[in-house]
Structures are given as structure tokens and as C-alpha cells.
Design a protein around this ligand. Structure first.
Ligand code: AMP
Length: 617
């Protein structure tokens, strides 16, 4: 292992660049690294403080603060204190409008389809910018603790995050001055932290039960040979420890016959009750009873009273586990390991209920608040090349495909596919007796190959003479674990084959990849139109060729007026073929098809009956 020369306790300087693992959470965020001496993942923290940084940003008069400091303003300055920004990543106002009241700050709702913005005073911020404030704070803390500059990181996201949410997370990293080497799924990170799935030839099914402050996720993963596949995810985006706190507050209000409406008016009292409830909850994870003095009242709660209060939430989470299993088409007995993630899994009733449900012991040996970041650090270490025994998993940053008729991109491996990966597709010839096919390989997201990046080109030759459409040319793309693309071409009837190797990522910087992705979004609408026109033209060309061929070969079976009307329909189609009017082209194709169908069928019938007599047409 290429060790980094730093002693964390003394802070002596390191020599090599460090890649950190970051858990950018809804409630809390943190950074982890692989300890240079022990080789084990550890969460970074200042002396005598928590490793957790509340994911909260406060905008003061002249400064922006993040973390514990910002948290203090949650009640007093709700409009300037942004929490739970992760819930807004990659979302439009339409996506969140039913939960808009959850956010005590101003979420702009004037452009409902576009990505949301948050208004603070007279400034507007995107969730990406807000997340970048948190990441910047994490980066600075890590730099302070490690006494070195941090430029590269692995960041975790929920397994259900879509492409735009993942991209938003990447962009937030970039804005914070961090090169995000990899975005990995939180349940995958949790598994890595426990060392599950990183050995070759290992096959396991894992359930990750993640109950945080405000959200609950359960994911079912299958790990085969170091490849993590998310089989299903389920959860509740508004279920977590905060609900437990609320339930305790409700219990106390009843205990002391405090009227809800009056209590709610007193913001400061609400805050004190809530914080005391959280203290009580944490206390009850290790004790049987909690009591304290609050506002001159003696308030108490026992562990069994608390467990009764949260029973409905526990049941809800177990229902989600059942659905996740059903979606993965698995039985709970198929699960090999269960990992607990999130601070709320410290509650004994939660641990016991999950363990009872799956009929197995659950993993809770690692700190459930840190486990995701620890796993991100493990992944970072693998990326740094320090862990050569483990498989390096990757995804393709851009789609890979070949050029088909009309210059269209036919995608074989979509972007973000896990590697190694393999796919095969069949193609055929366009002309009778065609002996070779040109295979041009492209990388990119646009519909026309001319807008994508050409990786290579080769001629697949030696196809035995056959009528057009008869050869079966199978093109298979295989990306191995080193990211090398191997293309094999085989004519299935004759068995002739050929193969070449291409390095798909070679020569592309992150910026170029990003630009290509952005271009694909900007031009999406136009691309779809161009693709439709090109496809219509290709279809037109093919039907003209086939029909002309057909008429030439089968004149003797056709009437004079049939030959004439086909000729007219072909001419009309040829006329519109060079316009960009897809609908007219399609209409003329339809007319030609309708005219030629009756005699084509007749000729077919004749051919069949000739064949039956042992003669050849
Ligand atoms: P997370 O979002 O994963 O950081 O989880 C934070 C949630 O875990 C909050 O609701 C905390 O109150 C809760 N939590 C933290 N420690 C404990 C504990 N010892 N017992 C019960 N809940 C806890």
C-alpha cells in the first residue's frame, strides 16, 4: 500500500495526494479517510468534537456559516437557515410542491418545471450551490485536521438518486473545488465499510436498513465478483428520528395537559421541548428511564412508554422492507447480511425488530452515523490504487454505440453502465452480395454520430455473398474491468469473426465529458426531431430499394397498371424524401406500402406454390 506519510494526532505533513470519502447527508455530513497507519477507515473530527457536521447553512449579515453554528439559527432565523437541501437536489418545484410546507425557508415556485431555487434575502441559490457550501466546509475541516490540501473525493448518494440528482451532487463538489472521482450509492458504501463484497468470487445478498433523522431507506443489493447491483430500494422520505422526537413531545404535552395551540405559539418552548425529547430518546437507547426538569415541570418517560410511541413507525419501516424484498423477488431468508445505517438504528427496539423480521443478527458494529462515509473512504482508497487486491469498479461516463443508417447513433452500452459489461446486437447488410460492413464506434449522448466523439472505425469484411438482409452480423461490445472496450463482430451464418480493442475513456477530461453531457441535454429536443426525420428517410430509402428490386424480378407476375402505380408512388416518395418533413415522408411510405402489398402477397403465394412443386422462382 502506498502509505501516506501523515500522523493524524501530530499532524505531520503527508507526501501523497489524499482522496477522502464524503457522506453528504440530509441531516448530517462527514468526511472519512483510510488511516495511514492502521489501514482502517476513520471519520475525521477535531479533538473532543463529533465527526458529524449538521447539513445546515446559515446566511448572516456578512457571512455564511455551516454546521453546528448554523443550526442555532433554525428557530430564530428560519428564512436564513437552510436545512435538508439534499431533498431538493435535482428537483423541480413540481416534484416537491406537496411537501413545500416542510421547508421553513423560501423555495421559489414561479417556474414549476425548472430546477428549484431558494431565496435568501435578495439572493437566489440553487441546491447545488447550497450543497457546495456544506462540501466546502467539510473540505476546510478535513484540510485543517490533516494539514494538507484536499482536492479529490468520493461522495455518496442514495441508491434511488437519478442521473440529474447524481450530476447535481457532482456539480456541488466541483463548485466546492473538489474533483469528485466517483459518486457511489450509500448502501454500497455501507457494505464496503463492513468489507462485504470486495473480495473476488464473493456472492452475497445484503439488506441495508438506513433510518436517519428525517428519512428511511431500505436497499437490497446483490454483490457478485465485486459488482454491486441494486436489486430494489424502498423507504419513506418523511420517516425518521425526528418523528420519534415529535412523538415524545406529544406524550409530554399530554402528561402535563399543555394545550397544543398555546404551546406552538411559544417558539422558544417548542425548541426546548424538541431538544429535550431528542436527549431523552438518546438516553433511552442505553437506559430504562429518563427524567428532567423543564420549564418548572418534572417530565419523565420510560423506555417501554417510548417503545409504544414509536411502534407505528417501526411497523411502517418493516412494511417497506417487505415491499423491497417483493420487488427484488426475494424472500427474507435469502438475505445473507443486514447492515444498520443512520443514527436512529441505535434505538434498541429498531435493532431488535429488524433482526426479528429477517431472523438474523444485524451489523451494528460500526458507528451507524459514520458507516457510509467510512465506506466512501474505502472506495477512495481503492481508487487511489492503494488496495490492489480489490476489484476496481467503474461505470461508463458516456454511452457507447455504433453508427447506423443515416448517421444515427445506435447505443449499445448506455452511460453509467457498470463495468465490466457485455452486450451484443445483430445487424445486417443493405445490398445484395455486400461483402463488408463498416463499423464506426462512437461515444456520447447525442442522437447523431456527427455530434459525438469517434473512437474508431473498422471494416468487417469477408461476409459471404448473400441477398440483402440475410447475413446476421452480431456486434458485441465488451468493456473489461480496466475500462478497455473490446469489439467483436461475427457473421453468424458463416461463423467468420473479427475483433478490435478501443480505450473508451482515453483522452477525455472531466470537463469534456461534462460538456458532452450538457450538450446532450441542451440539444435533446432538436436531436429527437432529427432522429425521427433520419429514420423516416432511411425507411423510405429501404422501401424504394426493396420495391424497385421486387418489380424488376417479378414483372411477369404483375399487371401493367400495377407497375405504373408503383412507379408513381415511388416517384412521389423520392420527391419528399429530401425534405425534412417526417410526416409527409411517412405518409408517402404508407401509400407505397398499400399499393405494393396486394401484388407482393400474390407473388409470395405464387412463390410458395412453385416451391411446393419443387420448382424455384
Ligand atoms: P442521521 O440522519 O443518520 O445523522 O441520524 C440522526 C438521527 O439519529 C437523529 O434523529 C438523532 O436523534 C438520532 N440518534 C442519534 N443518536 C441516537 C441514539 N443514541 N439513540 C437514538 N437515536 C439517535
Amino acid at each position: 500500500m502506498a502509505k501516506i506519510g501523515i500522523n493524524i494526532s501530530t499532524g505531520s505533513l503527508q507526501k501523497e495526494e489524499m482522496i477522502v470519502g464524503i457522506d453528504l447527508g440530509t441531516t448530517n455530513s462527514l468526511v472519512a479517510i483510510i488511516h495511514p497507519e492502521t489501514g482502517k477507515p476513520i471519520a475525521l473530527k477535531e479533538h473532543n468534537t463529533s465527526s458529524l457536521v449538521p447539513s445546515i447553512v446559515h446566511f448572516g449579515q456578512n457571512n455564511v456559516t455551516v454546521g453546528e453554528q448554523a443550526k442555532q439559527f433554525l428557530i430564530t432565523e428560519p428564512q436564513h437557515t437552510i436545512f435538508s437541501v439534499k431533498r431538493l437536489m435535482g428537483k423541480s418545484y413540481n416534484d416537491i410542491k406537496y411537501n413545500a410546507s416542510f421547508f421553513t425557508y423560501k423555495v421559489i415556485d414561479d417556474d414549476t418545471e425548472r430546477l428549484v431555487k431558494i431565496q435568501v434575502g435578495d439572493k437566489f441559490y440553487s441546491p447545488i450551490e447550497l450543497s457546495s457550501f456544506i462540501l466546502k466546509e467539510l473540505k476546510e475541516r478535513a484540510e485543517h485536521i490533516l494539514k494538507t490540501s484536499i482536492k479529490k473525493a468520493v461522495i455518496t448518494v442514495p441508491a434511488y438518486f437519478n442521473d440529474s440528482q447524481r450530476q447535481a451532487t457532482r456539480d456541488a463538489g466541483k463548485l466546492a473545488g473538489i474533483d469528485v472521482l466517483r459518486i457511489i450509492n450509500e448502501p454500497t458504501a455501507a457494505s464496503l465499510a463492513y468489507g462485504l463484497g470486495i473480495q473476488k468470487n464473493e456472492e452475497k445478498i445484503i439488506a441495508v436498513y438506513d433510518l436517519g433523522g428525517g428519512t428511511f431507506d431500505v436497499s437490497i443489493l446483490r454483490i457478485v465478483n465485486g459488482i454491486f447491483e441494486v436489486l430494489s430500494t424502498n423507504g419513506d422520505t418523511y420517516l425518521g428520528g425526528d418523528d420519534f422526537d415529535q412523538a415524545i413531545v406529544g406524550f409530554w404535552l399530554q402528561q402535563h395537559k399543555i394545550v397544543q395551540e398555546e404551546y406552538i405559539q411559544n417558539k422558544e418552548l417548542v425548541q426546548r421541548f424538541r431538544l429535550t425529547a431528542e436527549t431523552a430518546k438518546k438516553h433511552l437507547s442505553a437506559h430504562e428511564k429518563f427524567s428532567t426538569d423543564l420549564d418548572g415541570k418534572n417530565i419523565t418517560i420510560s423506555k417501554s412508554e417510548f417503545e409504544q410511541l414509536i411502534q407505528p413507525f417501526v411497523i411502517r419501516s418493516i412494511e417497506c422492507c417487505k415491499t423491497a424484498l417483493k420487488d427484488a423477488a426475494l424472500d427474507k431468508t435469502d438475505i445473507n447480511e443486514i447492515i444498520m445505517v443512520g443514527g436512529s438504528t441505535r434505538v434498541p427496539l429498531i435493532k431488535d425488530s429488524v433482526s426479528d423480521f429477517f431472523g438474523k443478527r444485524v451489523h451494528i458494529e460500526l458507528d451507524p452515523d459514520e458507516v457510509v462515509a467510512l465506506g466512501a473512504a474505502v472506495q477512495a482508497d481503492i481508487l487511489a490504487g492503494n488496495n490492489k487486491d480489490f476489484l476496481l469498479l467503474d461505470v461508463t461516463p458516456l454511452s457507447l454505440g455504433i453508427e447506423t443508417m443515416g448517421g444515427l447513433m445506435d447505443v449499445l452500452i448506455p452511460r453509467n453502465s457498470k463495468i465490466p459489461t457485455k452486450i451484443a446486437r445483430q445487424y445486417t447488410t443493405q445490398k445484395d452480395g455486400q461483402a463488408s460492413i463498416r463499423i464506426s464506434v462512437y461515444q456520447g449522448e447525442r442522437d447523431l454520430v456527427k455530434d459525438n466523439r469517434k473512437l474508431g472505425e473498422f471494416n468487417f469484411s469477408g461476409i459471404p455473398g448473400m441477398p440483402a438482409g440475410l447475413p446476421k452480423v452480431e456486434v458485441s461490445f465488451f468493456i473489461n474491468a480496466d475500462g478497455i472496450l473490446i469489439i467483436k463482430t461475427k457473421e453468424l451464418r458463416s461463423g467468420i469473426e473479427q475483433s478490435i480493442e478501443v480505450k473508451p475513456q482515453y483522452g477525455l477530461t472531466d470537463e469534456e465529458v461534462e460538456k458532452m453531457l450538457l450538450d446532450s441535454i441542451t440539444h435533446a429536443e432538436n436531436d429527437i426531431k432529427v432522429r425521427a426525420v433520419t429514420e423516416a428517410k432511411t425507411e423510405a430509402r429501404q422501401i424504394i430499394d426493396t420495391t424497385e428490386n421486387f418489380v424488376q424480378k417479378n414483372r411477369e407476375y404483375m399487371k401493367e397498371e400495377e407497375i405504373n402505380s408503383v412507379g408513381i408512388a415511388i416517384d412521389e416518395l423520392k420527391e419528399v424524401m429530401f425534405t425534412d418533413d417526417k410526416d409527409t415522408i411517412q405518409k408517402k411510405i404508407g401509400i407505397l406500402n398499400d399499393i405494393s402489398r396486394p401484388f407482393a402477397e400474390r407473388v409470395m403465394d405464387a412463390a410458395v406454390s412453385f416451391a411446393m412443386k419443387g420448382k424455384k422462382v
